[in-house]
Design a protein around this ligand. Structure first.
Ligand code: SF4
Ligand code: SF3
Length: 555
């Protein structure tokens, strides 16, 4: 075994990737990422201790968030970029260590002599050692299967929170309590004295902070770009060259749209950038044509046909084929060896997209994949503006059930389940969705109920908060105290770690009876699964017919 990773739904044999990631991550990168997380934990141990003495370091929260984000599935495959982060982590760790030791001496009148875990002290400037150390301190070095399971569940939840908080931070919205929890949670994973119950408590707190972070991001996005509006989004193409932008970063899109205006180059979204087409701030651009293609995992075929350059702002990047690799650009936390990188914005300036724009001008227009429009833009504000009508329709028995089918899409054939559920649900059921899971059914013509579309798409996985707001609002208007009394069922598809954060958020809010698929996470041990089943009645997806029946019966 040369690596170990089981953080995503597509992990090998639903047990763990041990030689090379199914996602394409090499053992080298996997071990470097493990070492990076190890050092983030070392930083966090010092940060928690320093905070007890009233010391904080503004640099740590954003660095930890960005670094965790870089380790999410399909974000960064570039060993050099991870090595660079490891070196930065040593510097940051040294800084907080010294400040802590100084403050300790000042307060106690003596030097700190307590024990520290090895992630606080291990150092090397030899890159070859990084690889070896990463392999040595792998996830499997925690021997107790249940403790390992809880530590990883917490870590993956933190990765999801890190991504959301990073997106908000880019839009200059932050909450120090979220940054504090990132370090509190990471430090807790090093604490050998914590029991499984303690860790379950922290996992629940992770859900609480995930709700808070998603609310923060919602505020950041709507504050900057307005509330998404119900929009028929074009899925066809124009006859001019274009740039395809994917991932979740709206700030990158904003600046790209501004810089491409009047250049003769169009802009299209791919994958999780699709919902951007419903924001008033972006809709105003005539050269913002619409969405091209489907969910992330189909990019190898679709990028080939797009003909123009592609900008990957976050996950999910699939190792690019040679046929279009020279047209792929990464930015932010994304990286891939041999692929061009657009550096971060300097303070007070925009990112410089001139190279990708010039590249686009030399390319042929995109090949048409499909034509027509599909609806988007049903975030909380839009749904709430028709709340009266929704309530009326439910009370009249014309809507029997809402089915939350949010989450991720992925390659597994078993995900056809979600298409079939969407098709099989009776005509009085409405699907609430967010995330790239929607691509399994958002091009089906499911019609509407009294003008309310049967698929209400709240946006990116980052916008799952909208679904929480909608559920809470429905609870209010129906006068129910317990969210589980609402006619809402949850049939969630997961793939990467942001979905883990969303799942923990739902558990924290007390949602019971969630169906999770296409497989349960490999990192959940049998005992921890038992806890989740007992406390929250979580269940794996079953067959379509039985599940649809059970969902409609509120089971
Ligand atoms: Fe395997 Fe998923 Fe980890 Fe990639 S992210 S190495 S596919 S478990
Ligand atoms: Fe999709 Fe990667 Fe998760 Fe944002 S783009 S939902 S998988």
């Amino acid at each position: 075994m040369s690596m170990f990773c089981y953080q995503c739904q597509e992990t090998a044999k639903n047990q763990g990737c041990t030689i090379r990631g199914v996602c394409g991550k090499t053992d080298e990168v996997s071990n470097l990422q493990d070492l990076l997380i190890y050092l983030l934990k070392g930083i966090s141990v010092y940060a928690v201790k320093a905070k007890e003495l009233g010391i904080s370091d503004e640099e740590i929260g954003p660095f930890v968030a960005e670094s965790l984000f870089a380790t999410i599935t399909n974000v960064n495959f570039d060993p050099e970029r991870i090595e660079k982060r490891i070196k930065e982590a040593f510097v940051i760790r040294e800084g907080i260590k010294n400040r802590f030791l100084e403050a300790y001496r000042a307060e106690k009148g003596e030097d700190f002599s307590g024990e520290l875990p090895e992630m606080c002290t291990w150092y090397s400037d030899d890159v070859k050692e990084y690889y070896l150390k990463g392999a040595e301190i792998s996830i499997l070095s925690t021997e107790d299967e249940d403790i390992r399971s809880l530590r990883e569940l917490l870590t993956y939840g933190l990765k999801g929170i890190a991504a959301y908080t990073e997106h908000a931070y880019i839009l200059e919205v932050k909450d120090d309590e979220v940054f504090d929890f990132l370090v509190e949670g990471l430090a807790a994973t090093t604490d050998e004295s914590l029991t499984a119950d303690d860790l379950v408590g922290l996992v629940m707190k992770c859900g609480e902070v995930a709700v808070k972070t998603m609310a923060l991001l919602d505020k950041a996005n709507t504050g900057a770009y307005g509330n998404p509006e119900p929009t028929q989004i074009n899925i066809g193409v124009n006859d001019r060259p274009g740039i395809l932008i994917s991932g979740h970063d709206l700030k990158d899109l904003e600046e790209l749209l501004e810089q491409t205006e009047g250049t003769g180059v169009d802009v299209y979204t791919h994958g999780e950038m699709f919902p951007a087409n419903a924001y008033p701030a972006f809709k105003k651009y005539d050269h913002f044509v619409g969405n091209y293609g489907n969910a992330w995992w189909r990019q190898d075929k679709e990028f080939e046909k797009f003909n123009g350059p592609i900008l990957m702002t976050t996950n999910c990047l699939v190792p690019p084929k040679d046929s279009y690799k020279d047209r792929v650009y990464t930015t932010g936390v994304v990286g891939f060896p041999g692929v061009k990188y657009i550096p971060d914005r300097k303070p007070g300036e925009q990112k410089d997209f001139s190279e990708i724009i010039e590249h686009a001008k030399k390319c042929a227009p995109p090949e048409e994949l499909e034509s027509g429009t599909i609806p988007g833009g049903f975030a909380h504000e839009a749904v709430m503006s028709v709340a009266d009508k929704v309530v009326e329709t439910v009370k009249a028995g014309k809507i029997k059930r809402f089915v939350v089918m949010a989450g991720c899409d992925g390659r597994h054939k078993t995900r056809e389940y979600y298409t079939k559920v969407a098709e099989e649900l009776p005509e009085d059921a409405v699907i609430l969705t967010a995330g790239c899971a929607k691509y399994r059914y958002n091009k089906l013509d499911l019609g509407d109920i009294e003008g309310i579309p049967r698929i209400l798409d709240a946006g990116q996985c980052n916008d799952s908060y909208s679904l929480v707001v909608i559920a809470q609002k429905l609870a209010e208007v129906f006068g129910v105290e317990d969210i589980n009394e609402l006619p809402i069922s949850y049939d969630i598809a997961w793939y990467e770690q942001k979905a883990v954060a969303v799942l923990l958020a739902l558990l924290y809010l007390g949602v019971k009876g969630i169906r999770l698929g296409p497989t349960l996470p490999a990192f959940i041990s049998p005992n921890i699964l038992k806890v989740l089943v007992e406390k929250f009645d979580i269940k794996p997806i079953g067959n379509v017919e039985d599940d649809v029946k059970a969902i409609m019966a509120g089971e």
